[in-house]
Design a protein around this ligand. Structure first.
Ligand SMILES: C[S@@+](CC[C@H](N)C(=O)[O-])C[C@H]1O[C@@H](n2cnc3c(N)ncnc32)[C@H](O)[C@@H]1O
Length: 394
């Protein structure tokens, strides 16, 4: 157990709250899609922790209890989802096991949750055998991998699960730890942690070549992009979202929460969930939690990326008026598009406010902002409305 693991449950940090908010905010979307065609769904939490966090206000539930609360309250989740929790530390495991048993008495799941006390790599061997059982067969898996550090997280374990139909991954990616290992390693390509994480010696060597001579922020982008590319190539999950979390006390990335799926709708919904998590923390952009910067004025619409995105919208509607749905649904489902539905909506509203675009209904009748029903303090923008450039005549 690392020092970080040792102290982890003594406070409930904002970054932990946001991680939980994203996990619990997204799970219903996953389960609702998968429950339609599956009688059994597996939820795996490989670094499950102690069960709760201590705060001056009292205990706060950790990821296993949050997942169980969500699932046991829904009749269909309750009967279809098989939960597997794992925790290596013996004391934490016994706390967790007791909490899970208590929940089985108060709010039981139909399939009794399994709690294991194994090192993650051993646990994944156990899960791999479970997944080969015919009864479990093709059950989709949501895999949550939430270590404090990096050791014991192997690309092969992640992709073995992710490759299966309907399976998704939500991963705590310790960028800061990784940066330190890369900085310290004499011969990076022989670091066992890097070999496991990136999957192979050629992958690590290619990373080393890519990052040599880069500035720190370019290096960060290159490392994360390399990991994501390896994950995509090995697993076939083409929709991968990296949500960055800044340190609490320095303006640098601490870690990423990475979500990977083969499902375009899941990808779009996860962006909305991440956007909401970032916004409720006053953080600005969809895929980033600022902590040290804690700059509540740092709004989403002040970046060059957003200016480019607005220009792409204008270019598209220069061809012909377009349905709002194109920007709110179709574009956020493109694998390399990192903007959420909410950001596209906000961009359209700003373009409208700046007089660059007009909104019309399907009959071409103008629907100006002031005539539309407000939605959470902003003008609504229905999917079936059309947007056109205001400098183009009919
Ligand atoms: C970040 S905490 C997990 C928090 C939990 N997922 C939550 O959100 O409530 C990481 C946990 O992983 C455990 N751990 C550390 N190394 C492990 C390993 N190799 N295998 C399994 N568990 C490990 C630690 O004891 C710690 O409880």
């Amino acid at each position: 157990m690392t020092n970080a693991d040792d102290k982890h449950f003594e406070t409930y940090r904002d970054q932990t709250r946001v991680k939980h908010q994203i996990l619990v905010g997204y799970l219903p979307a996953y389960l609702n899609i998968l429950k339609i065609t599956n009688n059994k769904i597996m939820y795996i939490d490989g670094f499950a922790g102690r069960g709760h966090y201590d705060t001056p206000e009292g205990p706060v539930p950790g990821s296993p209890l949050l997942a169980l609360s969500l699932m046991s309250k829904n009749e269909q989740y309750k009967t279809k989802v098989a939960c597997f929790f794992n925790e290596e530390n013996e004391f934490y495991y016994s706390c967790l096991n007791a909490e899970v048993e208590a929940r089985q008495t108060s709010e039981p799941m139909s399939i009794t949750p399994v709690v294991k006390n194994l090192k993650f790599s051993e646990f994944m061997k156990y899960m791999s055998n479970r997944l080969k059982e015919t009864r479990t067969g093709q059950a989709p898996v949501f895999l949550f991998v939430d270590p404090c550090g990096l050791s014991d997280v192997r690309m092969s374990d992640l992709v073995d699960v992710l490759r299966r139909p309907g399976c998704e991954l939500f991963l705590f990616f310790n960028y800061d730890g990784l940066k330190r290992i890369i900085g310290l390693a004499q011969t990076i390509s022989s670091s066992p942690t890097l070999l496991s994480l990136f999957g192979s010696e050629p992958s690590v060597s290619s990373l080393v070549n890519k990052i040599s001579g880069l500035k720190p922020h370019q290096k960060e982008q290159a490392i994360v992009a390399h990991f994501i590319e390896a994950l995509k190539t090995e697993s076939g999950a083409q929709y991968v979202l990296p949500f960055s979390i800044e340190h609490e006390d320095k303006r640098m990335t601490s870690h990423y929460l990475i979500h990977a799926t083969k499902n375009a709708i899941g990808f779009r919904i996860m962006k909305t969930v991440m956007y909401n998590a970032a916004r409720t923390s006053g953080s600005g952009t969809c895929l980033r939690l600022l902590q040290a910067s804690n700059n509540r004025q740092h709004m989403i619409f002040d970046t060059p990326e957003v200016a480019d995105m607005k220009q792409r919208i204008l270019d598209k509607i220069s061809e012909a008026p377009q349905m709002v749905k194109l920007f709110k649904t179709t574009w956020p489902e493109r694998p390399n598009d990192m903007f959420s539905t909410e950001e596209y909506k906000e961009a359209l509203l700003e373009l409208e406010q700046q007089g660059k675009i007009n909104v019309q209904d399907e009959h071409g009748v103008p629907r100006p902002a002031e005539k539309r029903r407000p939605d959470k303090g902003r003008p609504s923008l229905g999917d079936d409305y059309f947007v056109r450039r205001s400098d183009q005549t009919t």
